[in-house]
Design a protein. Structure first.
Ligand SMILES: C[S@@+](CC[C@H](N)C(=O)[O-])C[C@H]1O[C@@H](n2cnc3c(N)ncnc32)[C@H](O)[C@@H]1O
Length: 262
């Protein structure tokens, strides 16, 4: 039996062995990088902000795992540095914010003036709400597909879009874009389709995460960011840039920054 993935055909067992081996290697390398970052004293301003954010989560977390997750994600995910580098971000709406560690960090680093985080996982947003005590932040449990409220300077959609069907993704993207104030930006981090082994690895990792209920989503559907999502945003007057956001990981994540005209 053979299987076809992203246009290439392989023997099923060989393909499975390669992909599982690479995913395991990626997980080990990533875990080692994150473990190393835990022991390293902060040096740069963003590392200091991550350190302070981690302290907030250590205090706020009902489970130790929430603290380790927040700290590990901020130190190990290339999206942290990529999004921080876009600052200043002004007022921020973080759709599908999870525990809200990125939003709390942006405030802690002085890169956002206020944040609103929305996620349908009430336990996660409760952690974010506690961690952000004293900050200009609100965290609420809600479905991002029904988001409403005032426009902001930056809307974040980080690793969320792929949980929905094609039509719902398009509708969510347009709804998110409608919350961007003139001159503001929609920042989307997603895994890209059509990037060969990187795309397979990401698909496998997300499939396992959803199956294990690490993420509460309904499905995993990655899109071709340049061919499918960019035209949608350009069609409503946004100017888009897409750049790799996978760092040293083997995944296919990219960052789409869509700017709304003044
Ligand atoms: C992979 S996590 C990313 C979390 C966060 N953006 C981050 O970077 O840490 C995806 C998040 O989307 C949330 N999510 C999925 N579908 C949602 C929906 N319909 N409404 C609100 N949140 C949703 C999940 O609960 C989960 O916290």
């Amino acid at each position: 039996m053979s299987i076809e993935l992203e246009g290439a055909t392989f023997g099923a067992s060989r393909a499975a062995a390669i992909v599982v081996g690479l995913v395991l290697l990626a997980v080990v390398v990533q875990a080692l990088r994150i473990a190393r970052s835990f022991g390293k004293p902060p040096e740069t301003p963003i590392e200091h902000a991550i350190h302070r954010t981690a302290q907030r989560f250590e205090k706020a977390a009902a489970k130790k795992g929430d603290y380790y997750f927040a700290r590990g994600k901020l130190s190990g995910d290339p999206a942290t540095a990529a999004i921080a580098a876009l600052g200043p971000l002004g007022s921020v709406l973080d759709l599908g914010c999870g525990r809200g560690q990125l939003a709390v960090l942006l405030l802690e680093a002085g890169l956002a003036t206020k944040v609103r985080g929305v996620d349908w996982d009430a336990e996660k947003v409760a952690v974010g709400a506690r961690a952000s005590e004293g900050q200009e932040a609100t965290f609420e449990a809600g479905d991002v597909r029904e988001i409403s409220g005032e426009s902001v300077d930056t809307v974040l959609l980080v690793d969320v879009l792929h949980y929905f069907t094609r039509d719902v993704q398009d509708a969510l993207l347009l709804r998110a874009a409608s919350h961007v104030a003139p001159g503001g930006r929609l920042v989307l981090r997603e895994a890209d389709r059509g990037r060969g082994p990187r795309s397979w690895m990401t698909r496998l990792q997300e499939g396992v995460g959803t199956w294990a209920k690490v993420n509460v989503g309904e499905r995993v559907l990655f899109r071709d960011v340049r061919r499918e999502l960019v035209p949608l945003l350009e069609g409503i007057g946004f100017t888009c840039e897409v750049a790799p956001c996978w760092g040293l990981t083997p995944f296919s994540n990219v960052l789409l920054v869509a700017k709304r005209g003044p």
